[in-house]
Write a protein that binds this ligand. Sequence first.
Ligand code: NDP
Ligand code: HEM
Length: 492
Amino acid sequence: MKDNNLTTASGRPYVDHEDSLTAGPRGPILLEDYILHEKMAHFNRERIPERVVHAKGSGAHGTFTVTNDISKYTKAKLFNEIGKQTPVFLRFSTVGGEKGSADSERDPRGFALKFYTEDGNWDLVGNNTPVFFIKDPKKFSDFIHTQKRDPRTNMKSPTMVWDFWSLNPESLHQVMILMTDRGTPNGYRHMNGYGSHTFSMINSNNERHYVKFHFKTAQGIQNLTGKQADEMRSKDMDFAQRDLYESIENGNFPKWNLKIQVMTEDQSKTYHLNPFDLSKVWPHGDFPLIDVGVLELNQNPNNYFQDVEQAAFAPAHIVDGIGFSPDKMLQGRLLSYPDAQRYRLGTNYEQIPVNRCPYATNNYQRDGQMRIDGNGGSNPNYYPNSFDNIQTDSSYKEPAKQLDSVLADRFDRNAEGENDHYTQPGNLFRLLSQQDKENTINNIVGAMNGIDGPKREEIINRQLCHWFRADVNLGMAIAKGLNIQIDPSLLR
Ligand code: NDP
Ligand code: HEM
């Protein structure tokens, strides 16, 4: 067989690739044409389930370079030397739409990063916003259902969306960000990324600090207005994919500056907000940004399906020197992602090249569909055993987390420090320029005008109260846009 022979998957050279084998030149096809069967059968199996959220995405390879010494906070090896470089893979995405949906939808954008470090892969699976719509993972599937299609009409439903948001006031902060023009970024290069959750950093003295990760775009923030985003949908559904691909192809490598905010364990006990609440930010005035390094994307994947579609990121993938926090959303995500990936890609998904740890991995997991890494060869498949020298390593032990003393109590959503859903969204609105305020109000009015059906008035009134509580001028402007008369004396 020659190297350039066209062959079946098992290596048999094809005699002909265009005409099926028939009984005579004009007769029916013979069952014997196994090449036809193979071709049709493989095609029928080309689709794998799309991600249940973040289905539409774009990815690229790159490097992370340390520019500042943060070893007093973390012993993570990827941060242990200025100038040190670590290979990364990043996948951007929209959240609610299907795999073929438009890149210009009003939606948060995913910002999922895999660092291939010498201590294993570290995944930081964030968004372009520092907060989220909910703060308990139990609400996630309900929330996502409202972002997808109505079960009867099979259409997107602003009524479901605003019904859920208005009944869950903790969503207001994220909804406010989403309704600014940052809800429709001008491609992936012109937006920030945020780890969003609170994570731990652990230093070589085994001391824990709590941190938030911020990736600030070096290209500058650029957004589309609502109108521009609508126009872009009909002009180029894939404009963000195109922009990212072409800029990397042209050697114009996008960069982000990684910064962290740091809180001590003692501060975490006394800060006036719950530092593990994903609907809140840590104000920069209290917790200033500290430089860490530069992320650069510099290589397009050679094959989209292989690297981007099969990429599997998981908040559970941490490395020595980085840990979790009691953020309930983070805790919920630890379980959800590997579970989703076992279903979407199969139980051995960690062996797919883009997911594989480039350094040695040793464990006693064996078999399962698509096992392609040698399956442990003839080595023992149980632990402990008397034959190999694979050992656990207590030097990787994390310091114990200091938790509240009350055990097994239910969360109190009305407790002090938990119940203020309005100050931070209001602060954000007040810091916007006049033009951004106007655009935000137009975006909100346009979106809320889509609410219909018998509950329209009830849902609008409930949501309007939230906007008023965030900022009275904002509430008044939205009410005006929706043609709702407000008696100003009620606002005193
Ligand atoms: P600061 O004045 O220090 O920070 C303001 C922040 O607002 C900046 O990070 C800026 O991001 C960001 N911003 C500006 N326009 C928008 C927008 N349309 N959508 C989202 N973010 C925007 O004040 P605080 O730290 O006290 O935060 C005030 C408010 O800013 C918060 O309530 C929160 O809504 C928002 N914010 C805060 C962040 C934080 O980690 N503290 C992070 C992001 C937003 P940039 O520098 O990129 O322009
Ligand atoms: C993707 C669940 C909250 C960012 C996913 C996937 C699931 C999921 C199941 C698909 C994974 C896959 O098939 O590979 C959840 C749950 C959440 C939650 C249960 C809350 C409890 C969040 C938050 C963020 C986030 C708060 C950001 C801060 C992402 C991103 C992706 C994703 C970026 C796409 C990853 C990729 O590009 O492959 N999520 N999610 N999610 N999620 Fe979440």
